[in-house]
Design a binder for this molecule. Structure first.
Ligand code: ATP
Length: 253
């Protein structure tokens, strides 16, 4: 499913955080948002998944007007993996992932065999099948992150929003999570910090600085030394990795 956000502006405590941003995610595309800390990536994502109400702009998921639809209706089609995954109450990993089925159920409808299979498959995808009975609060940050992704997968969304999904993860799981997300073959909009991973997994990147889009397009076409230096205020070199042939970036300190 495709997503269009048009002319989104968000002002918080009198400060303009997101300034007239428009972006498009095509059906099955993996689109990345990159930019320095505090540039407005999370705020933009939150305004797309209805946690923050933007002062201006609109969002369409397929033909649905996201900002004027109920959260329940949107959650049938849009999954979200946020940055912070803390809870006050404890649940088992199985219960956490089963929550992903809620938007598809009627009030008081009990979980059926299909739901159990979907939850088991989602846990398997993130390598946590053996953690089903563990208490969520006892998990490490990286394990929690994978449970939240499993919950979003169990939701069977047509579109996924990820806010720094590889936060807390070691390199093996960073690669695994992005691979799993890519294999879902649904539209994905993800805020990412790791630039070379963003170039490997994203079809299109939007580069944000101070709430505005500085560049957008295919990673290899837009991520130049000049752009990275301007956006992140650091020196770097961009080159072709001699082993993989992929784009590589070295930061010069
Ligand atoms: N409720 C709020 N009131 C005032 N300022 C806010 C509020 N929420 C966020 N901000 C500010 O908006 C700016 C953008 O924050 P945001 O979390 O969107 O950045 P980000 O690009 O996701 O950063 P990071 O990469 O560090 O996660 C920051 O300066 C933040 O302090």
């Amino acid at each position: 499913m495709n997503l269009s956000a048009e002319h989104i502006s968000v002002t918080l405590s009198g400060v303009d955080i997101v300034k007239d941003i428009s972006l498009h995610v095509g059906n099955g595309q993996f689109v990345g948002l990159i930019g320095p800390n505090g540039c407005g990536k999370s705020t933009l994502l939150k305004s797309i998944y209805k946690v923050i109400k933007p002062q201006k702009g609109f969002v369409f998921l397929g033909h649905k007007d996201v900002l004027n639809s109920s959260t329940r209706m949107i959650s049938k089609e849009m999954g979200v993996v946020g940055q912070f995954n803390e809870l006050s109450f404890d649940f088992t990993v199985h219960e956490m992932v089963m929550m992903g089925r809620t938007p598809h159920k009627h009030l008081m409808e009990s979980d059926n065999r299909k739901d159990y299979q979907i939850v088991a498959d989602a846990l398997n995808k993130v390598n946590l099948s053996e953690y089903a009975d563990r208490s969520y609060l006892t998990l490490s940050g990286g394990e929690k992150q994978r449970v939240i992704l499993a919950r979003a997968i169990a939701q069977q969304p047509q579109f996924l929003i990820l806010d720094e999904p590889t936060n807390h993860l070691d390199i093996k799981y960073q690669l695994q999570i992005l691979k799993v997300v890519k294999s879902l073959n649904i539209g994905v909009l993800a805020a990412l910090h790791h630039l070379t991973m963003a170039t490997t997994y994203c079809d299109i990147l939007y580069v944000i600085k101070q709430g505005q889009i500085m560049a957008s397009g295919k990673p290899e076409e837009i991520l130049t030394k000049e752009l990275i230096e301007m956006v992140y205020e650091i020196d770097c070199e961009v080159y072709s990795n001699p082993i993989t042939g992929d784009m590589a970036i070295t930061y010069i300190t």
